[in-house]
Design a protein around this ligand. Structure first.
Ligand code: ATP
Ligand code: MG
Length: 241
């Protein structure tokens, strides 16, 4: 299965979704992150044509891949997809995470429009509602996107494709730690904390205990979200050129 995680907006959770929702649930999947490369002068360098050509080649020779497209590269990627007619067909699905802020919803709509204009069929595009707060009325909070989709059904948007706001994602960001590993950790932290000498050590252990508790809460939620995405709904091979 080949999945692109995409949105013109930054900070909507593309990398979080790629790493913590999709990778652990798509067997043998690898994550390719297309992020800006920092040039020597510290300037950001966007995806170039050659890199897109390489990505396309790579997609032909690999089976399970999740491509996480950093916001600063989305425009370039989409215009490359325009040049290489039909190349969007390399992906089985496009997942578009969004958050509730109006600007992000507008960017999400713009992303959905671009995908539709490229010729990506609605059945391949999934909106994913991220950072949903407890007790929030999803239909109301994401009204901009949902109303747009009623008028222009260019993507699937199942309210069950949601991830709650949870501090665990921030805590484990940029560490190699996987949520499943936190969950599988059977350490008796309470005993270790009781036996620990210094305050700093006790706090370090308490943080690990807290992370495991948070992981225990989010993993079932991510399982439900993944099931609701229904990525197996369509054949994995694409007829596109
Ligand atoms: N469900 C969530 N709850 C709480 N924090 C979250 C959630 N999803 C993502 N975050 C946090 O929001 C920030 C942005 O997430 P992430 O890096 O995944 O976004 P992105 O779309 O990949 O951004 P960029 O376009 O800059 O690459 C990170 O600090 C991440 O830990
Ligand atoms: Mg990212």
């Amino acid at each position: 299965m080949k999945v692109a995680v995409i949105n013109f907006s930054g900070n909507v959770g593309k990398s979080t979704v790629a790493k913590h929702l999709l990778k652990p649930r798509i067997p043998d999947a690898e994550v390719i992150t297309i992020e800006s490369i920092n040039a020597d002068e510290g300037e950001e360098q966007a995806l170039r044509g050659r890199q897109f050509a390489e990505l396309q080649e790579y997609l032909q020779i690999t089976d399970n891949v999740i491509v996480d497209i950093g916001a600063s590269n989305v425009e370039e990627l989409l215009s490359s997809m325009k040049r290489y007619r039909g190349s969007h067909g390399d992906f089985d699905h496009f997942i578009v995470p969004t958050v509730a802020a109006l600007k992000q919803q507008q960017d999400t709509i713009a992303t959905l429009v671009e995908l539709a204009q490229l010729g990506v069929p609605a059945c391949k595009v999934r909106v994913l509602f991220n950072m949903v707060e407890d007790g929030e009325d999803l239909a109301q909070v994401f009204d901009a996107i949902l109303s747009f989709l009623v008028a222009h059904p260019v993507a699937q948007a199942d309210p069950a494709c949601r991830i709650g706001a949870n501090e665990i994602y921030g805590r484990i960001r940029r560490t190699g730690v996987e949520l499943s590993a936190l969950l599988a950790d059977e350490t008796d932290y309470k005993a270790l904390i009781a036996a620990a000498k210094g305050q700093a050590e006790k706090i370090r252990l308490a943080q690990r205990l807290a992370a495991r508790r948070l992981a225990a809460g989010v993993v079932p939620e991510l399982d439900d979200c993944f099931a609701a995405l229904r990525l197996d709904d369509r054949p994995r091979t694409s007829a596109a050129v």
